[in-house]
Design a protein around this ligand. Structure first.
Ligand SMILES: Cc1cc2nc3c(=O)[nH]c(=O)nc-3n(C[C@H](O)[C@H](O)[C@H](O)COP(=O)(O)O)c2cc1C
Length: 230
């Protein structure tokens, strides 16, 4: 039986990205962000949410632009460092030995070692509470050609991307299927949309756990735990 907890953020895993920014005086910074996501296909738009205490928050507020640099396993240490040290105290490009590249559409640095750099221009700044969400339009994307396959498709798994889940950095596991695999027909039987498997032969199913139909006993003590702060 599941426990019911107080409201909290439990949408995992998350991307852990390196957000680069520049202030009006031309100083650059890198900040790790997990509260980041795609919010629109056309026009391509993303959002990041920052606490106003971050140096990056001030930089982006001044110039209205930033770059999302995707992190890889090779960049995991830098991603952690850029998430626990502030640009107020040191130059994180220098400390992490990351190569600075100039973005093309916006005045902002990018991380050369990242396989994908997404140039963004802020369209909306919305205070939500602890964090302020910056909604931004993607104005250019740079992809490392080493991760393109013969058809020109970007194979991000080859760059070994990093995800952030419950306080841990992790690589991607095995591929479980490709888009639409749940409805794609295979020779020899219909695929179940629930399991992605062919149905079992009659008489081979083991009895499972019985469902609890007596009210909702989970409404007891509501706990908050395992919620990672960002
Ligand atoms: C994995 C990870 C994810 C983080 N995600 C966020 C986030 O989404 N928003 C935020 O405001 N801070 C986030 N942080 C904290 C900032 O990266 C951290 O405070 C950083 O030192 C700010 O740097 P700055 O002051 O140079 O901007 C995260 C830290 C880590 C390690």
């Amino acid at each position: 039986m599941k426990e019911t907890w107080k409201p909290g953020n439990m949408l995992y895993p998350l991307p852990a990205v390196l957000v680069t920014s520049r202030n009006a005086a031309g100083q650059d910074d890198i900040c790790t962000v997990a509260w980041a996501g795609t919010v629109c296909t056309n026009p391509p738009m993303v959002s990041i949410s920052l606490r106003p205490s971050r140096l990056t928050y001030g930089y982006i507020s001044e110039t209205g632009v930033f770059v999302i640099n995707l992190a890889t396993e090779a960049l995991a240490r830098a991603a952690d460092f850029c998430g626990v040290r502030s640009g107020r105290d040191l130059d994180k490009f220098v400390a992490c030995r990351l190569t600075k590249e100039e973005a093309e559409e916006v005045s902002c640095p990018m991380v050369a070692e990242s396989p994908v750099n997404i140039e963004c221009r802020v369209t909306e700044k919305r205070p939500l509470g602890s964090h302020t969400m910056f909604v931004a339009e993607v104005v250019s994307v740079h992809a490392d050609p080493r991760y393109l396959d013969g058809d020109g498709k970007f194979r991000f798994e080859r760059a070994r991307p990093v995800v952030y889940s419950h306080g841990s950095y992790r690589g991607l596991g095995e591929e479980l299927g490709t888009f639409g695999f749940s409805v794609r027909k295979k020779a020899g039987g219909k695929i179940s949309p629930k399991t992605g498997q062919k149905p079992p032969k009659p008489g081979t199913v083991k009895p499972g756990l019985s469902s609890n139909k007596q009210g909702n006993p989970r409404r007891g003590e509501r706990k908050r735990r395992d919620m990672t702060e960002s």
